[in-house]
Design a protein around this ligand. Structure first.
Ligand code: FES
Length: 178
């Protein structure tokens, strides 16, 4: 083999080596970049999931009993059987309804319809809570939706009667069929 040919082959080998080296460098950088990108997207995804589930965490906290607030609603004698009165609980901005049922039970709920927040009324004829906006019906016994668009129960207000006075003493946002 001539010196000339050897040189050309060596030259070619060197060129190939350079290409591989650059290739490898790029691959290394790619790997670094991919690792960084992966970490970034993993952190991003965790943050996104955390933020997305925040309302549910808040709901979960809300679904715990709120026992802090004892508020007088009315004298029992002023709320005869098969009637209702409105009050606010737990704050002055949250309207609620107290129903003294036909069979003598006291039930109270926040009275914003869980569909689109219209006020809910006690409908004596059928002994139900009625939202007239889109004809949503809720059970007086447990606040669960019975018919119409609402899908969630009305928040239930816990009551106590002491010396002839009815008090609101807590609230359960999610309370199942209690
Ligand atoms: S707002 Fe009550 S049914 Fe729509």
């Amino acid at each position: 083999m001539s010196n000339d040919k050897k040189l050309k082959r060596n030259e070619k080998d060197t060129k190939d080596d350079m290409i591989h080296l650059v290739d490898n460098l790029n691959r290394d950088e790619d790997l670094k970049f991919n690792r960084r990108a992966f970490l970034k997207s993993a952190v991003g995804a965790s943050l996104t999931i955390g933020l997305a589930t925040l309302p549910f965490s808040v709901l979960a906290l809300n679904s715990r009993d709120e026992k802090s607030n004892r508020v007088e609603i009315a004298k029992l004698k002023d709320v005869p059987k098969d009637s209702s009165i409105n009050f606010n609980y737990p704050t002055d901005d949250e309207p609620a309804i107290l129903v003294h049922t036909k069979n003598g039970e006291l039930k109270a709920y926040n009275n914003k319809c869980t569909h689109l927040q219209c006020p809910v009324f006690y409908e004596k004829e059928e002994s139900v809570l009625l939202c007239p906006c889109h004809r949503g019906f809720f059970s007086v016994d447990n606040g669960q939706p019975l018919a119409g668009p609402p899908q969630r129960e009305l928040p239930m207000i816990e009551l106590e009667v002491e010396a002839g006075t009815i008090y609101a003493v807590g609230r359960k946002i999610r309370h199942g069929e209690e």
